[in-house]
Design a protein around this ligand. Structure first.
Ligand code: JD8
Length: 266
């Protein structure tokens, strides 16, 4: 996968040299380049912002540097069919909520171009113009306000790159993890067996893999029922067997009733 990031704070992305993303880059699984937006300014002050039309607080990012940056990083002549023009990803508080499903969707792209806004945001014409020649995805991390898009890009990149083939040691763990199957993770334990008077649950030391799997699913269901009933409501009835429903009833969460004729997990 090729990834380009444009920001007025390129140093924000130094962490992308570290850990598994650093290894993915070294291993050629990921071609990532970070660009300073000021590269595409031409005045002595390298100006990237100006006052908002219509008045109001703060400043807005000028369209010209962004236009030139996107022209350079997503040139039409890249492919006449425009097919492999990058997918432009723009973090914004008004974007679509970022989810594991969106991460899986973005991980299927061959080229992602991230535009990091600052100040009050980027002049809207930049995105409207980009949408005339490439796919544009506006994404939000959540309902709270950040200074800019940089940390959102770090989050999205980590969620996407770890889904790329070859990045995670054992890709199977991807299927088992939370949000991959709509449930939160249950509790995890490691040695010592006893710590500050607390025992690791006996079932996990039993070697009985069926019992362990059942216990782990029950713990995931109970935790999800307690902390994220919205996720339980989103589960398809067919994905729950009678043991699952029993676990949810234990925490007073009524899973959406299954249609009795449906062949569930039972
Ligand atoms: C991009 C500029 C700051 C936002 C005036 C504060 C994402 N979940 C999220 N919260 N905030 C952002 C985000 C904030 C940004 C930019 C993303 C570019 N700002 C602006 C509007 C109000 N300032 C985000 N993803």
């Amino acid at each position: 996968m090729r990834v380009d990031v444009v920001s007025i704070f390129p140093e924000y992305f130094a962490p992308l040299d570290l850990s598994l993303i650093g290894k993915a880059r070294a291993g050629g699984l990921l071609r990532l380049a970070v660009h300073d937006l000021r590269t595409w300014t031409h005045d002595v002050h390298r100006t990237v912002d100006d006052t908002p039309y219509g008045g109001g607080p703060g400043m807005v990012m000028r369209p010209e540097p962004w236009g030139e940056a996107l022209d350079a990083l997503a040139p039409d002549e890249l492919t006449p069919d425009g097919l492999t023009l990058p997918r432009l990803v723009v973090p914004t508080p008004s974007g679509a909520p970022f989810t594991q499903a969106m991460a899986q969707d973005l991980a299927g792209e061959s080229h992602l171009l991230f535009a990091c806004g600052r100040y009050e945001g980027i002049d809207q014409r930049v995105l409207d113009h980009a949408a005339t020649r490439m796919r544009v995805t506006e994404v939000s991390l959540g309902d709270y306000v950040l200074f800019g898009g940089e940390v959102a890009v770090l989050v999205v990149l980590e969620a996407v790159v770890r889904l790329l083939p070859g990045v995670l040691g054992n890709a199977d763990s991807l299927d088992e993890e939370s949000h991959a199957h709509g449930l939160l993770e249950g509790p995890v334990y490691t040695k010592p067996q006893t710590w500050r008077g607390q025992e690791v649950p006996e079932v996990l030391r039993s070697g009985d893999h069926a019992r362990i799997a059942r216990w782990r699913r029950d713990e995931a269901l109970v935790r999800t029922g307690n902390r994220r009933p919205d996720l339980v409501a989103a589960l398809t009835p067919e994905s729950l067997d009678r043991h699952d429903r029993a676990a949810l009833e234990r925490v007073g969460v009524e899973p959406t009733v299954s249609d009795p004729t449906a062949t569930g997990r039972d």
